[in-house]
Design a binder for this molecule. Structure first.
Ligand SMILES: [Mg+2]
Length: 405
């Protein structure tokens, strides 16, 4: 591959040794890339990456650096969910470099390779060419970078929004509830995908504050709709962090008492993976929530490893089948088998069954045929801001969907 081919790759070199930093930058420029940024520490490197105007494609980083080393840098990049190429440079034992390379892959980074000092120019050129060859435009556009402190500030300033995704009864087509979903519109970076900021909130201990804020806003909104005559339930996602405060059922109880809703209007969704194993506190909290009349939903059912055990332990009132077993299940024997047995399991346990990810008529027809109670998905509606909800309900009620017979 010629230098011309590599010229549009934007690189960032990170090394605490100023001589190495300069040398590496010169070598990289000789190989083709025109834009080469430099940082003599990992913190500055993260700032440069976070600035989307830089559009950094490949990070070439030293492993041994004071304050934050190369492994910590990888961890931070992994937590941010960025889609970057990484080349590691070190004078260390090649076996150590290899383990770091594996670690980077576990953080879902595109580790192109590692090189030891002194730098082999041909190997570096090969890694950059590999990047160029493998690169495919991401369907979601460039990776969105956000920092934990930006999220913290947004939560404190109450800048997170709640969107609502409708849930309808399969047999009557009637609207029965909504799931509240957190949305973050960053002033400069636009919409940050929930997959990124929820992960950051969980990792940096902010998820409880985030959940509280979403819950408060959503309860107020559903109360208002309730007063307008819409008797619908509200489902809110809870993380494991919220399930270890023993006073949580009392706090929720007073929130609901101060609204126009009853406890059975609220469904607490917990994912299987959020449930800590052998935690008596979690079992205590969930059981008392149920005692107070709240709904308990096991979310993303089928994706965890201990679903069945948890169904036995915890008094769930609803089983929510993960979208991966619903959409296109008609064409996939394994999905269909899991979907079918999940629905019949819910029936035998006498709890509600919700299918997520109903995206087309075929999905709807299949879950209807299998006897699922409630559906949620793009076929009915995408998540929407509160302001769009009433207009959507009006439109929807005109063409009430009914199951295929
Ligand atoms: Mg959910």
């Amino acid at each position: 591959m010629t230098a011309e081919n590599l010229k549009n790759i934007s690189c960032l070199v990170v090394d605490d040794d100023s001589f190495m930093l300069k040398t590496l930058s010169i070598i990289i420029k000789q190989l083709g890339p025109e834009q080469v940024y430099q940082a003599d520490n990992a913190q500055d490197a993260l700032k440069l990456i976070a600035n989307r105007n830089n559009n950094i494609d490949v990070v070439i980083s030293d492993l041994n650096m004071p304050q934050m080393d190369g492994i910590q840098l990888l961890r931070h990049l992994g937590a941010l969910g960025v889609n970057l190429g990484v080349i590691l440079v070190s004078g260390e034992d090649p076996r150590l470099l290899e383990s770091v390379q594996n670690l980077g892959q576990q953080y879902k980074l595109r580790v192109l390779g590692s090189i030891s000092k002194p730098v082999n120019k041909d190997l570096l050129a090969k890694f950059l060419s590999d990047y160029k060859r493998d690169i495919a435009p991401s369907p979601q556009g460039p990776a969105t970078m956000v920092f934990a402190d930006e999220l913290q500030a947004a939560i404190m300033a109450d800048q997170l929004d709640v969107w609502f995704q409708p849930q309808v009864d399969v047999s009557t087509g009637q609207l029965v509830g909504v799931e509240a979903l957190a949305r973050w519109h960053h002033e400069e970076k636009g919409f940050i995908p929930p997959g990124i900021f929820i992960g950051i909130a969980e990792k940096y201990g902010m998820i409880q504050k985030l959940t509280d804020s979403i819950l408060k806003k959503a309860v107020k909104q559903i109360s208002d709709w309730n007063k307008m005559g819409f008797d619908i339930t509200l489902s809110v996602n809870f993380s494991s962090a919220g399930l270890c405060h023993l006073e949580m059922p009392e706090v929720l109880d007073s929130t609901i008492r101060n609204s126009a809703l009853r406890p059975d209007h609220l469904n607490i969704e917990v994912t299987e993976s959020a449930l800590p194993k052998d935690s008596s506190a979690t079992l205590d909290i969930l059981t008392r929530l149920r005692l107070k009349g709240f709904g308990l939903s096991i979310d993303d059912f089928g994706t965890g490893f201990s679903s069945l055990e948890q169904l036995k332990l915890i008094p769930f009132t609803e089983l929510k089948i993960d979208r991966s077993f619903v959409h296109n299940a008609a064409d996939n024997k394994a999905s269909q088998a899991i979907l079918e047995s999940s629905i019949s399991l819910a029936k035998r346990l006498n709890i509600h069954c919700v299918a997520e990810g109903v995206e087309d008529q075929a999905d709807w027809d299949l879950v209807a045929k299998l006897g699922c109670d409630i559906v949620q998905g793009y076929f009915i509606a995408k998540p929407m801001p509160a302001a769009d909800f009433i207009p959507w309900v009006r439109e929807y009620s005109k063409k009430h969907r009914t199951p295929a017979t």
